[in-house]
Design a protein around this ligand. Structure first.
Ligand code: SF4
Length: 464
């Protein structure tokens, strides 16, 4: 399929080779899940759809799948609900990739020094990133998570800048423009890693898409790129930008992004470089249950080969304000029942990944908690942001305190547990009336991160 904008795309144009059909029955698939047999793609399609022979989701069958998944969760990881005390420090919103499900980016030319008008986005220098991390470490975080747009002036390092600048037409050939063209220079990827790696805080950054950007125009392997980043301070890589790992879906929702094969190659490169990873799925847009099932299989195969994926994160498509929705290509996102089944089937299918995340950013508090009874065991992180730390004492839509976690998790009868990014260190929190704060960060001492008003449900829209 040629690259098209959402305005040019009509739902009638979307025709897939992979449709939600299977040679399996729902009953057989459920029986296999109950027996703990390894599930096939056809099994997963049956469970995700509660049977392909009928239309819509059958509520009774759905409950059977959710119950099995909840039981499997209890067998594998018990009653703990984990979370990480973390900061989101995204470096730039400048991006030219144009994914049709994204409302995070701002077209990169708007960041050029001679551009008139206010784009509302941001780019941070390495010094600014360092200052934000340094200040937030005092609040007790143990992880910095950083995912950014693909700024044309971003390069891996000085050598990469030289290679990119050597192209005849770097803007069109390798999506590169000199940093001097922009109001703010983001520095290099290695500069940013060094800047954010303060006091050995765990740095979780560089998605496969960013790694592709950090090697564009070269013949460097992903392993080499990730090794350089690791030397600069990177600890683990987020497996976002996965969307749906079937190219006929990517051709519709993110035609400018790397292919499924590239995503997998980048993940293998990260793990070959000694980095742990995570994996995601972004579902609920144009894909079918078959695509979701094929995606799960690709992630499970990758984990069979590498063993380096610590958690799987289902991300429900947040449709408001996205080109796909505004231009009528989709009329909404996944239903609650689809969200529940996605979490449940992820638990049942991914027999080699222990941790399944329920993301409060995507689902909100109420549904996020419900999903912890559908197979999920992790409830994401505190997600402090620069804006929040600057406005300490205000009202924080995009933040969950340790006390919030204690309240919410104990309300469903489970144990709140602060964890490290890689799940290797876990601290069950004793419910003793508080106050509650993080203890795993380099400067954490159990003091509450911020004394705040209650945070509220908020949904963010970018998947990466
Ligand atoms: S999803 Fe990521 S790569 Fe795609 S447009 Fe948004 S910021 Fe750019």
């Amino acid at each position: 399929m040629t690259r098209r904008s959402a305005a040019e795309l009509s739902p009638d144009d979307i025709e897939f080779d992979h449709t939600a059909e299977s040679g399996q029955s729902f009953e057989n698939a459920l029986e296999k899940a109950r027996d703990g047999d390894r599930l096939t793609v056809d099994d997963a399609v049956e469970l995700l759809s509660t049977g392909t022979e009928q239309r819509g989701i059958d509520p009774h069958r759905k409950e059977q799948v959710l119950e099995l998944a909840d039981r499997r969760r209890a067998e594998i990881v018990g009653e703990d609900v984990t979370f990480v005390a973390n900061l989101n420090n995204n470096v730039t919103t400048a991006c030219n990739v144009g994914c049709l499900f994204c409302n995070f980016k701002n077209t990169a030319h708007q960041f050029e020094a001679d551009h008139d008008g206010n784009h509302g986005g941001f780019t941070k220098t390495p010094a600014e990133s360092r200052q934000i991390v340094d200040e937030t470490l005092d609040l007790g975080i143990s992880e910095v998570c950083s995912v950014s747009g693909l700024h044309p002036a971003f390069a891996l390092d000085a050598e990469h800048h030289e290679i990119l600048a050597g192209y005849d037409n770097p803007a069109s050939e390798v999506n590169y423009k000199l940093p001097e063209r922009y109001t703010t220079d983001p520095g290099t990827y290695t500069d940013q890693m060094r800047a954010m790696s303060v006091d050995d805080v765990h740095l979780h950054s560089i998605t496969p898409e960013e790694a592709y950007h950090a090697r564009r125009g070269t013949d460097w392997s992903y392993e080499r790129v990730y090794s350089r980043l690791r030397e600069a301070g990177l600890d683990t890589a987020p497996g976002t930008a996965a969307e749906i790992l079937v190219d006929e879906v990517r051709d519709v929702v993110c035609p400018g992004k790397i292919t499924s094969a590239d995503w997998i190659e980048a993940m293998e490169g990260a793990m070959a470089a000694g980095l742990g990873t995570t994996a995601t799925i972004m579902y609920g847009h144009v894909e079918t249950e078959m695509h979701r099932a094929m995606h799960l299989k690709r992630v499970r195969d990758l984990q069979d080969r590498t063993g380096g994926i610590a958690e799987f994160v289902p991300l429900s498509f947040v449709h408001q304000n996205t080109p796909l929705y505004k231009h009528g290509v989709v009329d909404g996102g996944a239903s609650d029942a689809e969200d529940e089944l996605m979490i449940a089937v992820s638990r049942l299918f991914l027999d080699n990944i222990d941790n399944i995340q329920s993301s409060w950013v995507k689902y909100g508090n109420a549904k996020g908690l419900k999903l912890l009874n559908c197979g999920a065991n992790d409830f994401m992180g505190t997600i402090l942001s620069e804006e929040i730390t600057k406005r300490a004492g205000g009202s924080y839509g995009e933040f969950r305190s340790v006390a919030d976690y204690v309240d919410m998790v104990s309300a469903i009868g489970r144990t709140p547990v602060e964890r490290s990014t890689d799940y290797q260190t876990k601290r069950p929190i004793e419910i003793d009336g508080g106050p509650y704060g993080p203890t795993l960060g380099p400067r954490a001492d159990g003091t509450p991160m911020l004394s705040t008003e209650k945070s509220t449900d908020t949904q963010l829209s970018a998947d990466d």
